[in-house]
Structure formats: structure tokens, C-alpha cells
Design a protein around this ligand. Sequence first.
Ligand code: ADP
Ligand code: MG
Length: 275
Amino acid sequence: LNGPPRGDRTRIMVVANQKGGVGKTTSTVNLAAGLAQLGQRVLVIDLDPQGNASTALNVDHHRGTPSTYDILVEGAALEDVITDCPDLPNLKVVPATIDLAGAEIELVSVVARESRLQRAIEAHPLVGTAAEVGEDRFDFVIVDCPPSLGLLTLNALVAGQEMVIPIQAEYYALEGLGQLLETVEMVRKHLNQRLRVSTILVTMYDGRTNLAANVASEVREHFRDIVLDSMIPRSVRVSEAPSYGQTVMTYDPASPGALAYLAAAREIATRGSKA
Ligand code: ADP
Ligand code: MG
């Protein structure tokens, strides 16, 4: 696929929303796959103990597999836990295992517990500028967060430069966003000045209902330019892909959901290289 040019540095994106079921994981894996198909080099970091992103990307994540747990709790290096995504050559993955469920508690007594992920990402030899790192650099590191604002998500926000918020085009869509944005402000003030909410993605959009259209226009009124033009339609193909260990991008590339994620990935890559 013909894609936008690569940027001049690694972009670290965090996909977060403390609400469950809004499309964080689905968006993480499909945007990552879309970017990879467009020629970008992508690393997905699964930070949800459920490991749904690992499942969708078809990487092993049984208990004991080298994973984000080792990074956060054991202080392991990113190189030692990265694995290949079997279906997409430009895509690498750090899986999450159920061990991560205990990490919030185990981290309480760890020094600099909120910056463990940041240190691991920044120490990786393929993260940085084109000048420093060269052609093999990652263009994107994309972190899939759990549905909470605990220490795991905090690690992602401290590590990130850009935050992507998926918003489900449903009633109550904007509920909880105030708290999320307050958390971002707190992190900006005290822990990570470079963090900004760069992207809002409307997910599970059902164009046949007024409700979805109303939610989408409310989101655009509120967030303006950072809302991607491409909205992700509600589609069975999107939701069944993970049960085949696939993203919808390989499972059914011509389906509306896959095309929407590809368009969204293109927007993200294009916007970045303009900035
Ligand atoms: P989160 O990670 O925010 O909890 P998920 O990405 O796991 O949310 O999505 C929640 C559920 O909705 C999953 O079962 C997923 O397959 C389904 N889903 C997500 N996006 C779509 C879509 N565009 N169309 C249909 N189902 C979707
Ligand atoms: Mg999820």
C-alpha cells in the first residue's frame, strides 16, 4: 500500500479511556495493523492484563511469557520482551499476561513506579529520531490501556507523547471524559509535560441512527480538529476478527471496518508528518 512518508522520529501514542468496551483494544490493533500496512514500523505494547490486544495480534501470552509485567515489575528491557506479530511484518508486540493483574499492587513499593514504562521505551535502541536511530526505528509505539485510571494507565500516560481517546457513538459517550481529561492535566503538570490529547476516534458508529449522528456532532463540537474525519462503523467483521487471532485488516481487508481503520491510520500518519 502507498502510504504517507515516515516521520522523523518515533511517536509514542497511548490509547486510553477508563470506560470499558469503547474500542480501545480494537482501535489499538487495527490502527497498528493499518499503519504497518502503510509502511510504518509499529510496536504495540499491551498494558491490559486481559491481553486482548495480544490475542488479536496472534502472539503468545500465557502466564510466564516475557511481557509487560517483566518491564513494569522486574525492570526488564523492552528488547527482551518484544515479539514478532506473525501476520504483519512491520509490527512487533509486547504481550500482556494475566500476571499483570497483580502489578498495580506489586508496584506500590517500587521506586519511580509511575515511570517504569517510560524508562523502558526510551532506553530502546529503535526509539528516537531518524538522525539518532536510523532507518530501523519504530515510527509508532502504541500502548493499549486497561479500563481504569490506575498505575498501569498512569505508566502509559507518563510514557506517552500523544493520547488517542476512542469514543463509542452511544448514549453516555461523553460521560467520564471530564475525569479522564483532568487526569491528563495532572500528568502534564507533574509528570510528563509533553503529553497531549492528539486524537479522538469515534467508534462503533451506526450511521442509521440519529443517536450516533448526534453523539458524533457533539464530539466534534467539543474536540474540533483532533477528531479524526474517519469514524469506525459498527460491524460484525470487526468484532469477530479477534476470535481468528487476526485484526480486521487481514481478516477482511475490504470490509467497511477495515477501510475505516485504514483511513484513520492514514490520517494519523499524515497529521503527524505535517506537524
Ligand atoms: P475496550 O478495549 O475499550 O474495552 P474493545 O476494543 O475490547 O474495547 O471493544 C469492546 C467490544 O466491542 C469487543 O467485543 C469488540 O469486538 C467490540 N467492537 C469494537 N469495535 C467494534 C466495531 N467497530 N464494530 C463492532 N464491534 C466492535
Ligand atoms: Mg481493551
